[in-house]
Each structure stands twice: as C-alpha cells, then as structure tokens.
Design a protein around this ligand. Structure first.
Ligand SMILES: Cc1cc2nc3c(=O)[nH]c(=O)nc-3n(C[C@H](O)[C@H](O)[C@H](O)COP(=O)(O)O)c2cc1C
Ligand SMILES: Nc1ncnc2c1ncn2[C@@H]1O[C@H](COP(=O)(O)OP(=O)(O)OP(=O)(O)O)[C@@H](O)[C@H]1O
Length: 286
C-alpha cells in the first residue's frame, strides 16, 4: 500500500532504483486504491497517512518512473496469487524483476509467501528480491505505527519514521471569523475525510501556498473557549494577510506545542496566542 511512503518504503524505492540502473530498466511501483481496509472493513474509522494525490507526489519526489494504481475492490481481493502474478505482473506489466518487502504476501487472504513466490518467479522467468525490514531502536517501521504516533501527538517521532514532516493539505474555507478580531486570523481547512489528523492540540508548522513557504501555528480541536461544536483544523500564518479562501494549502508539521485549553475569556486566549507566536518564532529561528 505504501501509505505514508515512510523510511521502510523508501528503502524499497532505493533498491529498485539501483537494480534498474544496473539492468538499464525502469522502476515501477504498484499500489492499490482505495486502501483495502476501506474496502474490506468500511465501517471502521480507518484514516490514511497519505491520500492518493499526496502519495503520487511522494513517488514523484522519489523519482519512481511508473506508478501503477490498481483499483482495489472486493472482487479484486478474491484474485488468487497465481492470477495476480500471471495476469497482472507478467502479462500486463511484463516485469523483469520483482522487489518485495520483508512481509509481502500476495493474493486472496495473503496466501502466497516468499518461498512459493520464488518457485513462481523461476517458472515465469522474472528475478525476485526480498528486502530486510528497516527498523529504528529495534522496532520495524510501519504505517500503522506511524498512524498511532500521530494519534498520540508524537509528531517528531512520526516525522523521523516518515523521513519527512507529516503533511495535511486542504482547501481554505470560511470559519467563524472570530480569529481576526483577536488579531490572529486563521485559515480553516477542509480535509479529505479519509485523511488522518494528528491529535487535538497546537503545532508549529510550515505552510505552502502557491509554492511559497510561510511559517505558522496550527490548532486542531474543538475551540472550547468559544464553545465550538465541531472539530476545526486551522492555521494562523505569520506575517501574512492575503485572501486565500478556496486555495489548497499544504501544512507540514514540525512539533506539538501544547494541548488545547478552555480559557475563561477571549483576552486570555489572545494572550496565549501571543506566547505561542513568540515560541513559533523561536522554534523556527525567524
Ligand atoms: C495557534 C492556535 C492556538 C489555539 N489554541 C486554542 C486553545 O487553546 N483553546 C481554544 O479554545 N481555541 C484555540 N484556538 C482556536 C481559536 O479559538 C480560534 O482560532 C478562534 O476562535 C477563531 O476561530 P475562527 O477562525 O473560526 O474565527 C487556537 C487557534 C490557533 C490558531
Ligand atoms: N520497515 C520496513 N522496511 C522495509 N520494507 C518495508 C517496511 N515496511 C513496509 N515495507 C515494504 O513496503 C511495501 C509496502 O508495505 P505496506 O504498505 O504493507 O507497509 P507497512 O508500513 O507495513 O503498512 P501497514 O502498517 O499498514 O501494514 C511492502 O513490500 C513491505 O514489505
């Protein structure tokens, strides 16, 4: 699935790039969309580290030549490993070498393991490589564990395992317009419903708008001070006063600053926002 395209995934990408260079071939990655867990278990509130567009940009950034996005459906999930390998990998993609990760299985119910795949690869005439797991402090890096870190607010740990700062992108929509009366206008974001959000709280962030970079502080939460009724994802961008309603902006997370607090007045909230701003300036050395 390559959700997040984390350091473990990046090791697979580096390896295929080396093989492709040696063998004068092209690199290709296959991933599925939607995520199988969304198809096979639609009731669960499963959230992604990267929605499809973000994953595509990451593969572009890591210079993969081709990306195959196989539509994942209940029907597709019933394909046997033999059918998957013969019909898709061999007949359609004409693979020369297949690189798989340490825990890769194929086909219906993950039935095919490395040993059986080795036999198939000899029969069908492609090379097979399996890579070791990438670990940090004896823990294997995985998308699931990174999701859990974000849900706990451990941004720096999640970033370390991703190999880049976690990104939330979204369209700027109208908020309650209270922020500007406090001297801290915020861009409120509408985010893909399948995207994971870090836990409620305040974060130091960078913001990309039309390829320009800014610094900011983001709040994810209910805004208890103003008796908010719905979760908001909003960012105050430093030294910025343009109208960006309707634009898609990209927020990268650097550190979690604090929990959201219910202040007893807007004045207290405003004072705290001024402290947060000074800390943002200090954090980014601005
Ligand atoms: C960096 C930052 C920190 C915030 N911290 C809190 C907080 O601790 N408690 C709270 O109730 N609201 C907090 N807010 C949310 C404000 O209440 C919110 O920005 C304000 O109500 C304006 O909302 P509006 O953009 O919908 O007008 C924070 C907002 C930002 C940008
Ligand atoms: N830590 C890792 N080191 C090396 N390869 C990895 C690592 N994690 C995943 N891979 C490989 O990357 C490919 C995509 O894996 P997959 O999407 O299952 O990642 P994952 O992080 O284990 O996800 P999840 O936590 O959802 O199971 C597979 O071939 C897998 O074996």
């Amino acid at each position: 699935m390559f959700d997040g395209v984390h350091l473990g995934h990046q090791s697979v990408l580096n390896y295929i790039k080396n093989i492709a260079k040696e063998e004068k071939g092209k690199t290709a990655v296959m991933t599925f969309s939607p995520h199988p867990r969304l198809v096979l278990n639609p009731e669960a509130d499963f959230r992604l580290l990267t929605i499809l567009d973000e994953k595509i940009s990451l593969f572009e950034k890591f210079s993969v030549d081709y990306l195959f996005i196989q539509e994942f459906s209940k029907e597709f999930s019933q394909l046997s490993s033999e059918e998957f390998i013969q019909n898709i990998l061999v007949n359609q993609l004409n693979i020369h070498a297949l690189v798989i990760g340490y825990d890769q299985h194929f086909g219906k119910n993950r039935e095919l393991n490395y040993e059986n795949l080795k036999i198939q690869s000899k029969k069908l005439g492609f090379k097979l490589y399996q890579l070791p797991a990438v670990s940090e402090n004896q823990e294997i890096i995985s998308s699931t564990k990174i999701r859990n870190k974000l849900l706990k607010g451990s941004i720096s740990e999640a970033n370390e395992w991703l190999g880049y700062p976690f990104i939330l992108s979204g369209k700027v929509i109208e908020g309650d317009k209270i922020g500007r009366t406090l001297g801290f206008p915020t861009a409120n974001l509408e985010i893909d419903p399948h995207k994971i959000h870090p836990t409620h709280g305040v974060y130091f962030v960078k913001v990309k708008i039309d390829n320009n970079q800014f610094y900011g502080m983001m709040n994810i939460g209910m805004r208890p001070t103003v008796n908010g009724v719905k979760k908001q994802v909003e960012v105050h961008i430093l030294n910025f006063d343009q109208d960006i309603y309707g634009k898609i902006i990209e927020v990268s997370f650097y550190e979690r600053v604090r929990n959201e607090i219910k202040f007893s007045s807007l004045e207290e909230l405003k004072n705290r926002l001024s402290i947060d701003k000074m800390e943002t300036i200090k954090f980014f050395n601005l």
